[in-house]
Design a protein around this ligand. Sequence first.
Ligand SMILES: Nc1ncnc2c1ncn2[C@@H]1O[C@H](COP(=O)(O)OP(=O)(O)OP(=O)(O)O)[C@@H](O)[C@H]1O
Ligand SMILES: CC(C)(CO)[C@@H](O)C(=O)NCCC(=O)O
Ligand SMILES: [K+]
Length: 249
Amino acid sequence: MILELDCGNSFIKWRVIDGAQAVTVIGGVVGSDSELVSALLAMPAPSLTHCRLVSVRSDDETLALTRRLDELFGIESVCARPALEMAGVRNGYVEYQRLGLDRWLAVLGAFHLAKKPCLVLDLGTAVTSDLVMADGEHLGGFICPGMPLMRNQLRTHTRRIRYDDEAASRALDEMAPGRTTVEAVERGCLLMLRGFVLAQMELAKEYLGDNFEVFLTGGDALLVRDVLPGARVLPDLVFVGLAIACPLD
Ligand SMILES: Nc1ncnc2c1ncn2[C@@H]1O[C@H](COP(=O)(O)OP(=O)(O)OP(=O)(O)O)[C@@H](O)[C@H]1O
Ligand SMILES: CC(C)(CO)[C@@H](O)C(=O)NCCC(=O)O
Ligand SMILES: [K+]
């Protein structure tokens, strides 16, 4: 059994796959290292043999987690590393090491699946966009705040914008002009997000031509799905890239 981890800025996405059949046995989303450990200890004993992971956290944080996994389960972790070129994709950053590894893996996964030009949108704590041409050349991309960062900036930097997360999720049931603060903020931020992804579509047409594939991933992917009807929504896209970047055996 292989443990796979995608350590983002706010959450750790994890899953256990049966290496032989590449089937997901169990998985989830947790908020911290200790929550991950609890979730793994609570598993009905599928013995872990390997771990591969991608992290956009500091090296110290990542090392602390891999040490803990080794102590508890006796498994070594293979971490995705930056690369100038891999699986037919050429990293477009001026300094390739600086491209977020979650972005790099999502791009590798998308190009592997599409085998044609791709626009890759990842909607998490931050929102990222990456463009890849037909020949695998990564053109670079864009980074902007995601829903959690946008709403928290408003809540933190104003006196009178205050509401809880439960109210926030209800506010998006409709998109009419908000008649409460929570509706006004949540719907406003969502419109910014939708505007961003639509602008990315226009850019992609300009840089990639008309025949490109759109991939949508990250915890908030579903919030923009209706404005991108042709997009492939793949919550596990980073894991597709992780398997390419960190083959086992
Ligand atoms: N099951 C879930 N668990 C946690 N967050 C979720 C879930 N479903 C949707 N979300 C939403 O997804 C967003 C976080 O997305 P994601 O988990 O991709 O972020 P992250 O990986 O921590 O951030 P980043 O990609 O910027 O590093 C939050 O806005 C959260 O509300
Ligand atoms: C942009 C995030 C935070 C998205 O998770 C991550 O990919 C990251 O930390 N990237 C490093 C900066 C960059 O990609 O240019
Ligand atoms: K992420």
